[in-house]
Design a protein around this ligand. Structure first.
Ligand code: PLP
Length: 403
């Protein structure tokens, strides 16, 4: 980070590495030509290991929400019974999309800040009608909770083997291990502005063989987001409609950096950043919002303490160039969130903690100078993956230098 740039610590869009920014400024090309075909091929193949699938992927030019809509409208029919498991506002949104297209949605609401419980899901699936699909959120960005997706999917599969499992991993995939095929997931969605260190504008969707088969009989209306049209166009190195080429360039470059860093390095770096954020905020007297057992690796949510004028406090933070995210929906004004995904480094987290510490001291909060930074550094160092994270950062910067 330079002194002229803010430390953008929201959970997406994320700050971009220099070579990714430069890639976005490149001249346009013919999206029906060989250069685009080669780039699309690299992206689809380059993403596949992060999805953990051998199935076909589709790259859509739309926000992550468009990817969620694609998951719903391609696999379901009006009147289909759907269980929408919600642990926060993005789980609510997934269920709303299904309702909007005429699915008969039953909600399983989980207290915000907690993860879904596999036993409760199994009971809900067994107690309900014969569900056509279950909607799950992998990383609930609004609460800072990462659901134990393999356990939840296993619970659904054991109780309702025929139900399709649709997963929102918009803010998880690419930052943490994910095994779509091994875990038995039918559709998973992610977005370019999250772990992929690129600008917003692309949603990537992977579907299992039985989800692709379901698309042949599903009757919800669809055209722009018809995944079969995308898959067929991708087979010829194209997209069915004009893609967001500038973002495609960026995802291509971001993936080059990610492969140089290695998946293990990326995952370790996210672990270390998450550990630093949690420990640092706690040392600064903030209670973390999420259940400790299921805290997210990509975003940390902290409770706004009683008596703290958050608007004024955050104003001082912003004045110093640190951009945090507020709470969403019913958590508006009650929590704030620090994003740590994409090209994030431990240094950026320590920098953010230093800013919050300085503003805390200025505001007269009961904080020991240096406590947040020290705790953050210690936690990052103790994080299991720190050696890998440091090594991968070196590889990544070498790769960026060679860009
Ligand atoms: N799902 C999750 C978990 C998200 O974090 C987000 C965005 O923050 C979305 C869905 C929606 O993505 P978009 O804002 O790109 O539509």
């Amino acid at each position: 980070m330079t002194r002229f740039e803010p430390n953008l610590r929201i959970p997406g869009p994320t700050g971009l590495p220099p070579s990714v920014r430069e890639a976005g400024g490149r001249q346009m090309i013919n999206h029906r030509g060989p250069e685009f075909a080669a780039m699309l091929g690299r992206i689809l193949e380059g993403m596949r290991p992060f999805f953990g699938t051998s199935s076909d992927l589709a790259m859509l030019s739309c926000a992550g929400t468009g990817g969620l809509e694609a998951a719903v409208v391609n696999t379901l029919s009006p009147g289909d019974r759907v269980l929408g498991v919600s642990i926060g506002s993005f789980g609510d949104r997934f269920a709303q999309i299904a309702s909007a297209y005429g699915a008969d949605v039953t909600r399983l609401e989980v207290e915000w800040g907690k993860a879904a419980d596999p036993v409760a899901i199994a009971a809900a699936v067994r107690a309900g009608p014969s569900y056509r699909a279950v909607l799950l959120t992998h990383n609930e960005t609004s609460t800072g909770v990462m659901n134990p997706i393999p356990d939840l999917v296993a619970a659904v599969r054991a109780s309702a083997p025929d139900a399709l499992v649709l997963v929102d991993s918009v803010s998880g995939l690419g930052a943490v291990p994910f095994e779509m095929d091994a875990w038995g997931i039918d559709v998973v969605v992610t977005g370019s502005q999250k772990a992929w260190m690129a600008a917003p504008g692309l949603a990537m969707v992977a579907a299992s063989p039985r989800a692709w088969a379901a698309m042949e009989t599903a009757r919800m209306p669809r055209y722009y987001l018809d995944l079969r049209m995308h898959r067929d166009a991708h087979a010829g190195g194209q997209t069915p409609w004009t893609p967001a080429i500038a973002v495609v360039y960026q995802v291509d470059e971001g993936l080059r950096l990610m492969h140089a860093e290695t998946a293990a390095g990326i995952f370790a770096r996210h672990e270390a950043c998450a550990a630093a954020a949690r420990a640092g905020l706690e040392a600064l007297g903030f209670e973390l919002f999420a259940d400790p057992a299921v805290r997210s690796k990509t975003v940390t949510a902290a409770v706004v303490p009683d008596g703290l004028d958050w608007k004024a406090f955050n104003g001082e933070i912003r004045r110093r160039g640190l951009i945090l995210a507020g709470g969403q929906g019913k958590l508006s004004g009650r929590i704030f969130r620090m994003g740590h995904l994409g090209s994030v480094t431990v240094g950026e987290i320590i920098d953010a903690l230093a800013t919050i510490e300085e503003v805390s001291l200025a505001a007269g909060r009961d904080v020991v100078p240096g406590a947040g930074v020290a705790a953050g550094q210690r936690a990052a160092l103790e994080s299991a993956g720190v050696a890998a994270a440091v090594a991968s950062a070196a590889v990544a910067s070498a790769a960026a230098a060679g860009a």
